[in-house]
Design a binder for this molecule. Structure first.
Ligand code: SAM
Length: 190
């Protein structure tokens, strides 16, 4: 409970410092995170990449589903949030990277992700940055891999359809505000 409040306060501070970069006043609910992760096969993945890890609400749930031999690379641009994540989650499968998700490739050692989880606030970002970040999603994935994306509006659907062979859409009311969940599959079976 106290940890949840502390995370909420930390998230709000990050929002007040960089509203467009953070894109939300409250951390995403665990129920919405679970519904999003249900759209991909995290337990079968060898490499999962998370973009925009924030206070780690999805990071923890990914680790709970991840196999003992797999690894998770979590990218967060805000140095305070990234440092806090490293301090708080001592799991040897987790690597926290403080960088922009535009440069995620540089941190994957030539590997491609089986599952990519995006918490990035695409709709509040500047259009050029949004395009560069969206272009990274299929690039960081292996052929046949899945990207799951959470947003507070459906506006990104067309952009995802341009980049993925198949895109599924779900809506979860168990978040403030209600969230749109997308799952895109990269072309090819690998
Ligand atoms: C809507 S928040 C979600 C955070 C977290 N998953 C949660 O719900 O608590 C978006 C996160 O993406 C991060 N972010 C924004 N732009 C980014 C970028 N270019 N690269 C990496 N992280 C970014 C923000 O700092 C913020 O932590």
């Amino acid at each position: 409970m106290r940890q949840g409040l502390a995370d909420g306060a930390r998230f709000l501070r990050a929002f007040l410092a960089h509203p467009r970069q953070v894109g939300a006043v409250l951390p995403t609910s665990r129920t919405a995170i679970r519904a999003m992760l249900d759209l991909a096969d995290v337990p079968a993945a060898r490499l999962v990449v998370e973009l925009g890890a924030g206070t780690g609400v999805a990071t923890r749930e990914i680790l709970a589903r991840l196999s003992p031999e797999a690894r998770l690379v979590a990218v967060e641009i805000d140095p305070r949030l990234a440092r806090r994540l490293t301090e708080r989650i001592g799991d040897p499968r987790l690597q926290v990277v403080c960088d922009s998700a535009e440069d995620v490739d540089a941190h994957l050692d030539g590997e491609a992700a089986d599952v990519l989880v995006s918490m990035l606030p695409f709709t509040s970002l500047d259009a050029d940055l949004r395009r560069r970040l969206l272009d990274q999603l299929p690039r960081a994935l292996r052929p046949g891999g899945t990207a799951v994306v959470i947003q507070y509006s459906p506006l990104i659907l067309g952009e995802l359809r341009r980049r993925f062979a198949d895109v599924r859409l779900r809506i979860t009311p168990w978040n403030v505000p209600p969230a749109f969940l997308f799952a895109g599959t990269r072309d090819g079976s690998g």
